[in-house]
Design a protein around this ligand. Structure first.
Ligand SMILES: Nc1nc2c(ncn2[C@@H]2O[C@H](COP(=O)(O)OP(=O)(O)OP(=O)(O)O)[C@@H](O)[C@H]2O)c(=O)[nH]1
Length: 347
């Protein structure tokens, strides 16, 4: 089999976006004359569009980072990439420039609906021939098609959030750096600095809409669906790009909050609860959510999920529109008391 075909076969064998990215870059890197390949992440921080390398070649190996983009010291303002910036502004599919690193650089933005989060960058010393551009475009098309297939299978059709299947796949490896990937230790945002000695870890929260059946019963399923979509949007804006949000089915969502302190987790989850409470849902009016959360350090994924669920159950039983932390409930004896006295309502 020709090398390029073999690479395409290898590329479409992946079930993970980052591995797929490494694979497409490895394919492009093997084209003759190519001196550098990178995958750039495009993101906005403090209102300014930025770029940072997410996968690049280092000592002959492709390495990736899944650290938070906004805190990456290698990020640059998009204004330093004028050709790419103009291309994205004009909703273009490629940009060429002969200025960077004394070579010729081709940028290929990956459009998802109306947005570009990723862009492949290929640099060579000679100008790109028409034939070379054709080959690259073919490889890029296969990559894009496969990328959107992967994306489709990972997401919930109504809200666009990750689905339960993706949670099951991602949760167990969430804390573990991926094979062939380098994770950069990154500082927290200024308002999230931990107090000295306060441990940083990951948190899992189960978020459930309160009395959602009543929304459906009073306003109909279409309005119920709209509430789900709007709450998904609030969830997206409440967390950092690095955190993960899943729709678990029905009116239940799960959030994996990355690398933060208990204090910040409390703040962030309560901010979400308040944002939902204050949002004017068209026709429906006021909607609230309850949330149970727990650290992800101890226990199996099933146990951790069960603990967050118990904290959520407690929040529901004690007035709804609240945030409950599993360890607090155990420490205060509230959860144990509930378990001992009320076996019928246990899961
Ligand atoms: N519109 C809409 N409703 C859904 C969807 N999935 C589940 N539901 C509804 O979500 C409601 C969940 O109701 P319950 O489990 O009784 O919970 P609840 O009314 O939210 O009450 P609490 O959770 O105890 O506050 C049911 O009416 C389901 O039909 C969906 O995709 N769209």
């Amino acid at each position: 089999m020709k090398p390029i075909l073999r690479n395409l076969v290898e590329m479409t064998g992946h079930r993970d976006h980052l591995r797929l990215e490494v694979s497409v870059l490895s394919t492009l890197q093997q084209l003759s004359g190519v001196v550098e390949v990178r995958a750039l992440e495009l993101f906005t921080t403090a209102g300014t569009p930025h770029v940072r390398p997410r996968t690049w070649v280092e000592q002959g190996r492709l390495v990736s980072t899944d650290s938070e983009a906004a805190a990456d010291p290698r990020r640059e303002a998009l204004v330093h990439y004028p050709a790419l910036r103009a291309c994205v502004a004009n909703r273009g599919t490629s940009a060429l420039a002969a200025v960077r690193k004394g070579g010729h650089t081709l940028w290929l933005p990956v459009w998802t609906q109306d947005q570009v989060n990723t862009c492949l960058e290929i640099t060579q010393l000679q100008p790109f021939s028409a034939h070379k551009l054709n080959v690259i475009e073919g490889v890029f098309q296969v990559y894009q098609n496969y990328q959107s297939l992967l994306d489709y299978s990972e997401r919930d059709a109504l809200t666009g959030l990750f689905n339960r299947k993706t949670f099951d796949e991602q949760f167990s490896r969430h804390a573990v750096p991926r094979l062939n990937c380098r994770t950069i230790v990154q500082p927290l945002a200024a308002d999230e600095e931990p107090a000295a000695g306060e441990p940083v870890q990951q948190w899992l929260a189960v978020v459930d809409i309160d009395n959602f059946k009543q929304v459906n019963d009073h306003f109909g399923h279409l309005y119920g669906d709209e509430v789900l979509i709007l709450i998904a949007n609030i969830l997206r804006s409440a967390f950092r790009s690095h955190d993960r949000i899943f729709r678990f089915g029905g009116e239940e969502f799960v959030v994996l909050l990355r690398s933060t302190t208990l204090n910040t987790a409390h703040k962030v989850f309560n901010r979400l609860r308040t944002s939902v409470q204050e949002y004017p849902f068209p026709q429906v009016g006021r909607v609230t959510v309850s949330l149970g959360f727990v650290g992800t350090v101890k226990g199996s994924p099933v146990e951790i999920l069960g603990q967050a669920d118990q904290a959520l159950y407690h929040a529901k039983k004690h007035g709804r529109n609240r945030v409950c932390f599993y360890d607090d409930l155990v420490a205060s004896g509230e959860l144990a008391a509930k378990v001992a006295n009320d076996d019928v309502e246990l899961f």
